[in-house]
Design a binder for this molecule. Structure first.
Ligand code: NAD
Length: 347
């Protein structure tokens, strides 16, 4: 079991990582809520797989259908209406059990319900374990783009149980690995006190990672979260350093949008974005050929789905509307050295 503390001006919280039964995780959630009124927002698939162990009162559950498209206004409204119907007060809790879609949406609901009530994250995908459940970004999508409506709102506690990851399908597991690889490429820029050499770990332990070895997965989750916490503690609201977490995302979000959020997973799109960034960085002489080939080789080892190149004019148009654009320029996070990145403005 490991515990990571997050210290922020807006409040501190703990991330608990433990391989245990789902019933044990449920007991922890229950003892956190401690008799308070609650609403559990649970991913449909997770409920199907683990509903027997997640014995919330069935009237207090909102089942969220699968898919990026579900992170929308309509579900936001439905969840808030259900919370009102259940008479949740400012002392109540919203619990998210699922992947990043469930966590982002439930977190947005918690942040706006009665101007903010307690929120618990129980991530069940690799992507949400290593990234989205921590750091407090909540959001919904609109037809104008992804995550354009949202808040910064930290959970009160995060319970991570890597046992959930056993039932993830291969594609979703790899999607999470996309964010893991991102942390390897940005490690030094995260300014964490500890050195992990994640890029070497990924390179040396690829087989064990792909086989979902429990020990190595717990270690990887812990490393990624320590890196993320280091960044978020220094820049909670993304005014500067936190932008590095968007490595691969500017192009990646454009890929997701151009394919209507249906064709590729978030992690697959981020991998395409990182490859694009490595090419761009080498063209601009920010990195040498050796590092680019090494990085592309690490990516290749994990056998991510290959995404074709899109019409760059169309991609550019979408990137201009990205939140990471400042209205005039597109801000790109580009590699500058081994495991280091920086932000650059491009017209
Ligand atoms: N808030 C942040 O900081 C942040 C960071 C990165 C990504 N995100 C967001 O996260 C979202 C992607 O998250 P995701 O990749 O977790 O996708 P997701 O939430 O859509 O989950 C992927 C699929 O896995 C299924 N699933 C979940 N847990 C499972 C389990 N244990 N076993 C079997 N199937 C399971 C889900 O039902 C779903 O079909 C995107 O919307 C992205 O924008 C947010």
């Amino acid at each position: 079991m490991s515990e990571i503390g997050v210290k922020l001006p807006s409040g501190s919280y703990s991330i608990h990582i433990k391989n245990e039964t789902v019933s044990e995780t449920f007991e922890k959630i229950k003892s956190f809520t401690d008799g308070r009124n609650y609403l559990a927002v649970i991913s449909e698939k997770v409920f199907r797989l683990y509903g027997k162990s997640l014995t919330f009162n069935k009237n207090h559950i909102f089942i969220l259908k699968d898919g990026e498209k579900e992170k929308n206004f309509s579900n936001y409204q439905k969840i808030l209406n259900k919370a009102l119907k259940l008479k949740l007060t400012r002392n109540s809790v919203i619990i998210a059990v699922g992947g990043g879609v469930t966590g982002d949406l439930a977190g947005f609901c918690a942040s706006t319900y009665m101007r903010g009530i307690d929120f618990v994250q129980v991530p069940t995908t690799l992507l949400s374990c290593v990234d989205s459940s921590v750091g407090g970004k909540t959001a919904i999508n609109t037809k104008y783009g992804k995550n354009l409506i949202g808040t910064f709102y930290q959970p009160k506690v995060v319970f991570i149980n890597p046992v959930f990851l056993k039932t993830l399908d291969e594609r979703q597991f790899k999607s999470g690995l996309g964010e893991v690889v991102k942390y390897a490429f940005i490690e030094k820029s995260c300014l964490c006190e500890e050195d992990f050499h994640l890029i070497n770990l990924l390179s040396e332990k690829t087989t064990e990672i792909i086989a979902r070895d429990e020990k190595i997965l717990s270690k990887i989750i812990e490393i990624c979260l320590k890196l993320k916490v280091s960044v978020v503690e220094k820049d909670e609201k993304e005014s500067d350093l936190r932008r590095i977490l968007n490595f691969g995302h500017t192009y990646g979000h454009a890929v997701e949008k151009i394919t209507n959020y249906k064709k590729y997973t978030h992690g697959e799109a981020v991998i395409a974005g990182m490859k694009f960034a490595f090419e761009l960085a080498q063209n601009k002489n920010l990195i040498d050929k050796n590092y680019k080939f090494f990085a592309l080789d690490v990516i290749k080892k994990f056998g991510f789905l290959q995404i074709p190149n899109f019409d760059i004019e169309k991609i550019n148009k979408i990137m201009e509307t990205d939140k990471k654009s400042n209205g005039k320029n597109v801000i790109f996070i580009l590699p500058t050295d081994y495991s280091s990145v920086d932000a650059f403005d491009y017209e």
